[in-house]
Design a protein around this ligand. Structure first.
Ligand code: NAD
Length: 246
């Protein structure tokens, strides 16, 4: 499958596995040069989708570390000349009820999920402004809207990401840069495989479409928002949740 993203340089954070890896694969398969940025890569590099442009390069980058983000983004710009597509997908959970939540559990989740998205945007946007072109998609979560017991840190970080998305959409619209978010529901990845069978069954009862989503379901929504078909869409949060929140 080719077509659509030839000539584009994309950065996808948290792309070593799960949803981010699927987004990176799909972008490369449709012609983009993709930089998969992650704190760690456990698997060996994959076979490239081939073709002249569509390929995946790896960058070790920690979105919770300002210096790592600045040097990482500077290196990508030097190597590939531009960043036209940015997907802020890196995210973590440290679940605990508020009364037991340690300050470190709060601040680590905010630093990766929310401040990490700010850091990446802060580092990449100047190049997009100069190019008068950019597409940013931030990965939120259904819990930003729903709330979820045990996830005060995570829900607050994702609600913050949605506010950041709408604000950057307004700030950057005149530069031909769109900023949108995708809010997945329960997606079949390592994050949800950690749940017990009982917890998964309970969650499935809340999903009208009756199944967990796949990384491919989320990647389809992200690619739509990055593509030309969505060039008049900005400041939007697209739910990909099987109907569990509407
Ligand atoms: P995952 O845990 O499988 O993958 C997350 C990736 O982010 C990992 O490769 C990890 O190494 C990377 N990462 C973690 N901290 C990082 C950092 N500081 N810098 C760079 N990379 C870092 O998770 P996933 O399920 O693929 O989730 C991807 C995104 O989707 C996250 O933002 C998550 O909050 C969101 N999301 C997931 C679900 C779900 O059900 N899986 C639901 C809603 C939202």
């Amino acid at each position: 499958m080719r077509g659509g993203f030839e000539g584009q340089v994309a950065v996808v954070t948290g792309a070593a596995r799960g949803i981010g890896r699927e987004i990176a694969r799909r972008l490369a398969a449709t012609g983009a040069l993709v930089v998969a940025a992650d704190v760690r890569f456990d698997d060996p590099p994959e076979t490239q989708p081939g073709g002249e442009e569509g390929r995946i390069e790896r960058a070790v980058l920690d979105v919770s570390d300002g210096v790592s983000v600045e040097t990482g983004v500077a290196g990508i710009l030097e190597s590939y000349g531009k960043i036209s597509l940015l997907v802020n997908n890196a995210g973590i959970t440290r679940d605990s009820l508020l009364m037991r939540m340690k300050k470190e559990e709060w601040s680590t989740v905010i630093s990766v999920n929310l401040t990490g998205t700010y850091r990446m945007c802060r580092a990449v946007v100047p190049a997009m402004v100069r190019a008068r072109y950019g597409r940013i998609v931030n990965v939120s979560s259904v819990v930003a809207g729903l709330g979820n017991p045990g996830q005060a840190n995570y829900a607050a970080s994702k609600a913050g990401v949605e506010g950041l998305t709408r604000t950057l959409a307004r700030e950057l619209a005149s530069r031909n840069i769109t900023v949108n978010a995708v809010a997945p529901g329960f997606i079949d990845t390592a994050m949800t495989r950690a749940l017990s069978e009982e917890a998964r069954a309970r969650l499935l009862d809340l999903v009208p479409l009756g199944r967990l989503g796949s990384p491919a379901d989320v990647a389809s929504a992200v690619l739509f928002l990055l593509g030309e078909e969505a060039s008049y869409v900005t400041g939007h949060v697209l739910n990909v949740n099987g109907g569990m929140y509407m």
